[in-house]
Design a protein around this ligand. Structure first.
Ligand SMILES: NC(=O)C1=CN([C@@H]2O[C@H](COP(=O)(O)OP(=O)(O)OC[C@H]3O[C@@H](n4cnc5c(N)ncnc54)[C@H](OP(=O)(O)O)[C@@H]3O)[C@@H](O)[C@H]2O)C=CC1
Ligand SMILES: CC(=O)N[C@@H](CCC(=O)OP(=O)(O)O)C(=O)O
Length: 347
């Protein structure tokens, strides 16, 4: 068995990693670590993880994380670099935080307030475009992997086929996405109180300031082979899980609207976790709860020559923990899909 530690195990992302590891045929759960909840029973913070209920959360230190084959880091931004530097170079580290996602130091310093830590191979193997094979190749056997952010996963996979096929203008991309509240993590935040969130949707990070903007631009630029800029507006939706992203981009003058669907079909024909729905069906977040799937639909607003793509993911599964386990599978030479759910929980 492959022994895995989970740092940040008391949080939402850490809890979802543990849920997936329990169903994985090759992993056994080693240390589970936290910060303020160190010393508590895991069953006290994650009552749904019954088989691990009597495990005790330890402090997150290099000593508690040592001696594992894989360490999953599900810590707040800015904490992964220091821990990773103190672990053996041979251990596989899968970081769910943002610390190692961006290749551009200036993009990092424009959107984050902690020092730039560097970049690791980026864990989005399905990203189509010139770099597609490099993307998956870089993850196979890697010892360090940065798991993408939740919004960048749904949005990049929605639009990248159009850029990879050269169909879209690079400077006219508009995205509005709604996220469930678990995207904000478990710690108490006034705007996430039930009385504030229930029965209401609200925007935040408006005006091009959300920190996922440079990550989405990085991914789409990789697919396009030229710089792509994105107007991104996140919104908060009254549901625990899920991201629904509505993404539009202008077709290039020489692009044929009739060739659009084929570009998406080709890009994801062999991808087990990205599913283009039959024409006319639209994705919903309810269809991906607990699953590692990305559901997509694409059409063309022919009057305005804009491509419209809608994607749905579970932010905690394909948006974090599922991607983390998928990356660990690739790093360890296991079947990429091993232990990962492709069916959701409904209704
Ligand atoms: N939620 C989501 O949908 C997504 C999350 N991520 C990323 O995953 C990471 C974890 O997010 P999430 O689970 O939502 O956050 P939570 O707030 O739910 O959990 C944070 C975890 O980190 C621990 N922690 C807090 N401060 C420290 C510290 N100083 N040192 C060590 N551990 C600490 C907490 O321990 P304790 O509870 O004991 O204080 C808890 O286990 C973040 O980097 C986030 O950006 C990525 C994509 C999507
Ligand atoms: C609803 C909500 O607040 N979502 C979070 C993003 C989710 C996430 O955790 O992404 P990172 O891994 O990059 O932090 C936000 O907008 O900040």
């Amino acid at each position: 068995m492959i022994r895995a530690a989970v740092a940040g195990a008391s949080g939402y992302a850490g809890g979802e990693i543990l849920r997936l590891l329990l169903a994985h045929p090759r992993f056994e759960v080693g240390a589970v670590t936290a910060a303020s909840s160190a010393g508590e029973r895991l069953g006290g913070v994650h009552p749904h993880l019954v088989p691990l209920a009597d495990r005790v959360l330890e402090a997150t230190t290099p000593a508690t994380l040592a001696g594992h084959d894989v360490v999953f880091l599900a810590l707040p931004h800015g904490h992964s670099g220091a821990i990773a530097a103190q672990l053996s170079e041979s251990v596989v580290i899968i970081d769910c935080g943002a610390d190692f996602r961006l290749e551009s130091e200036s993009a990092w310093t424009s959107f984050y307030d902690t020092p730039y830590a560097g970049s690791w191979p980026y864990g989005l193997p399905e990203l189509p475009g010139a770099a597609a094979s490099v993307q998956r190749d870089r993850l196979e056997g890697a010892r360090r992997i940065a798991v993408p952010g939740c919004y960048p996963t749904g949005i990049s996979l929605a639009l990248a086929p159009g850029f990879a096929a050269g169909l879209l203008e690079a400077d006219d991309v508009v995205v509005v996405a709604a996220s469930g509240t678990s995207g904000a993590g478990k710690s108490l935040k006034p705007h996430l109180l039930g009385s504030e969130v229930m029965g209401s949707m609200s925007p935040y990070g408006v005006g091009g300031v959300h920190r996922h903007t440079p990550e989405i631009e990085q991914n789409l630029s990789r697919a396009a082979g030229e710089p792509v800029t994105v107007s991104f507006t996140p919104t908060l939706a009254p549901m625990p899980r899920g991201i629904l992203a509505t993404c539009t981009a202008r077709l290039r003058e020489d692009s044929d609207p009739a060739s659009v669907r084929a570009a998406w079909e080709t890009a994801y024909a062999d991808e087990p976790f990205v599913h283009l729905l039959p024409a006319g069906s639209w994705p919903s977040t309810a269809s991906v709860v607990g699953s590692n799937q990305v559901l997509l639909q694409v059409t063309v607003d022919e009057r305005l020559r804009r491509v419209v793509v809608v994607s749905a993911i579970d932010n905690l599964t394909k948006g974090t923990a599922g991607a983390a386990v998928q990356c660990a599978n690739l790093a360890l030479g296991l079947e990429e899909t091993l232990g990962l759910p492709t069916a959701g929980v409904a209704p």
